[in-house]
Design a protein around this ligand. Structure first.
Ligand code: MEV
Length: 441
């Protein structure tokens, strides 16, 4: 059972890294030196680089590695890309690479950005007459915009900034609830800091102006700001990607193109109507999306939240991809909201992120949206292709083989023998275990 290992600690964040480790060693690791040695093993020997990582968050004690892989041969809008992917799941990069190769000689992927607006809200309580707050808002709106003039000066110079503020009456959903719904163009920045700073300033001005507004004073009802924050639901920041080819071009030595297309479209149709399947289907899409989002230093939690909300925008959680056969042409597409940045945040801080951008030929935010959407589509293509033909486990376990061997602390020779043997045999945890045990005996 759990037990209290320590009394509440105060001032922890003020301790030095060494003091934090010492505290952990005594409270949590029974002074086991190997625990602390493991944490230290992952420190970077380049002190400057380690300091950079230490400063990303509070209470850094070590670094947590994930593999950075690359998936080559992605032909996107006529240009060949190698995608950087950060992910721990064994088969994801291999699947992406397969899908890229499959579409390479069929015209590749096309992708286009539909819209780029982001949004945020100042959430307001107001229990007076609706006409009072509406009139007040119309009068004060120019002042709200003026109040963020200095904040948005640079963004405006580059062609972005606040697009509009509207007052929304949400009192039907919640008594006394209004919103200042603000829309923004943040260009190549993901824009979270910019949007949140603008919203907080707008909220301050709104409350200050309201405090001296006579109609509110007269009825003793003044609007009160509850909170101000951007929304990670960005259905107006949309990108589309697709692939298409003649049905007969889908034929491989394993399956006829028409049969494959019919099974594939059916699989997508199932994900469209059955939420339980749709969640896993979309999780597969996010394998590709998150991996590139992470590699490029973007906020994958924001992307995850926004994409899944979009999958249920019509009331039912459904597939993010669509597939059809029309006049002998197979088309497979995705449409998703993606709020991404290519400047600011981690993008210009983390050395590997900078490298990822170089690999991607320094895209702007719109181009990155296109690339990331393609990564999701490719991942989904690879997953559905396996699922409706061989099943997912064959490829997945083949890639997982090395993990099982590493768990068994297999030697290089044992690994080599296992890889050769399992090209012809089914990989399962127990089959690998018996194979290695037989070798050892
Ligand atoms: C596994 O990470 C992803 C899949 O489950 C996706 C899918 O079922 O479509 C294979």
């Amino acid at each position: 059972m759990f037990q209290n290992m320590y009394k509440p600690v105060s001032g922890f964040s003020k301790k030095t890294k060494a003091q934090k480790l010492e505290w952990l060693a005594t409270t949590h690791f029974s002074n086991d030196e190997t625990a602390i040695a493991t944490l230290k093993k992952y420190w970077n020997s380049d002190e400057k680089l380690q300091k950079l990582h230490d400063d990303f968050i509070e209470n850094t004690i070590s670094n947590y590695y994930l593999p950075l892989g690359v998936a080559p041969n992605f032909l996107i809008n006529g240009t060949l890309f190698t995608l950087p992917m950060v992910i721990e799941e064994s088969s994801v990069v291999a699947a992406a690479s397969n899908a890229a190769k499959f579409w390479l000689n069929k015209g590749g992927f096309t992708s286009n950005v539909i819209s780029t607006q982001k949004n945020g809200q100042v959430h307001v309580n107001f229990f007076g007459k609706q006409s009072d707050i509406s009139t007040f808002f119309s009068e004060v709106k120019p002042k709200l915009i003026e109040s963020i003039a200095s904040l948005q000066k640079n963004m405006q110079k580059r062609g972005g900034g606040l697009i509009d503020i509207v007052l929304l009456n949400s009192t039907k959903a919640l008594n006394g609830y209004y919103q200042l719904h603000c829309t923004f163009e943040t260009l190549d920045a993901m824009g979270a800091n910019f949007i949140n700073s603008c919203l907080e300033e707008i909220a301050r001005t709104f409350e200050t102006e309201a405090s001296t507004y006579t109609p509110f004073k007269n009825c003793n009802q003044s609007p009160e700001v509850v909170l101000s924050i951007l929304s990670n639901f960005v259905p107006e920041c949309l990108v589309r990607a697709q692939v298409s080819c003649k049905v007969e071009d889908l034929t491989t030595k394993h399956i006829d193109g028409a049969v494959f297309a019919q099974k594939f479209v059916r699989a997508i149709d199932i994900a469209k109507v059955e939420p339980r399947r749709a969640v896993t289907h979309n999780k597969g899409i996010m394998n590709g999306i998150d991996a590139v989002v992470l590699a490029t230093g973007n906020d994958f939690r924001a992307v995850e939240a926004g994409v899944h909300a979009y999958a249920s925008k019509d009331g039912n959680y459904t597939s993010l991809t669509d597939a059809k056969v029309e006049n002998g042409i197979f088309t497979f597409s995705i449409e998703i909201p993606l709020a991404l940045g290519t400047v600011g945040g981690l993008t210009s801080l983390h050395p590997l992120t900078k490298l990822a951008f170089t690999l991607l030929q320094k895209p702007n935010a719109k181009q990155l949206m296109q690339i990331v959407a393609v990564a999701g589509l490719a991942q989904n293509f690879a997953a559905i292709r396996s699922l409706v033909t061989t099943g997912i486990q064959k490829g997945h376990m083949k890639m997982h083989l090395m993990n099982i061997l590493n768990q068994m602390e297999a030697t290089e020779l044992e690994k080599e023998k296992a890889v050769t043997f399992f090209t012809e045999h089914q990989v399962t945890h127990s089959s690998v275990e018996s194979f290695v045990e037989n070798l050892r005996n």
